[in-house]
Design a protein around this ligand. Sequence first.
Ligand code: TYD
Length: 133
Amino acid sequence: MTNAYKISFQEHGDTRGMLVALEYGKECPFEIKRVYYVYNTKDDVRRGYHAHSDLEQILICVNGSCTIHVETKEGVEEVVLNTPTEGLFIGCNVWREMYDFSENAVLLVLASKLYDEDDYIRDYQKFMSIIKD
Ligand code: TYD
């Protein structure tokens, strides 16, 4: 999908363990203004249920696993995130739902802008009308 795709990160590993570095202009196409993480997710939780008008994000399941449902005008995909060496880039006008969190899942999110409730599209019918334009 043009506006929602996986990115592979280089691992820097040695006998001490592993490390992944994310830099603007290299692994991350946008300047990072905000970071948040979702954890301690309860069984059968499904969250998200929104798109953004003007926000880019990279989702990384740095521990455990979860699945991201993404929808754009190109269709629907279910993306499994289960390694700290992969991220899911999500651009503007992409509906997302996160589910199937493992008990130990930590979903790290890098975002191109500060939190702004006005940027959320929470009404699915409104989202559908926007992507049809
Ligand atoms: P919410 O948008 O419901 O999370 P999700 O998209 O995963 O369903 O966010 C949960 C709460 O956290 C809500 O009260 C708003 C707050 N929040 C912030 O204060 N800053 C942020 O950057 C984010 C993403 C959420």
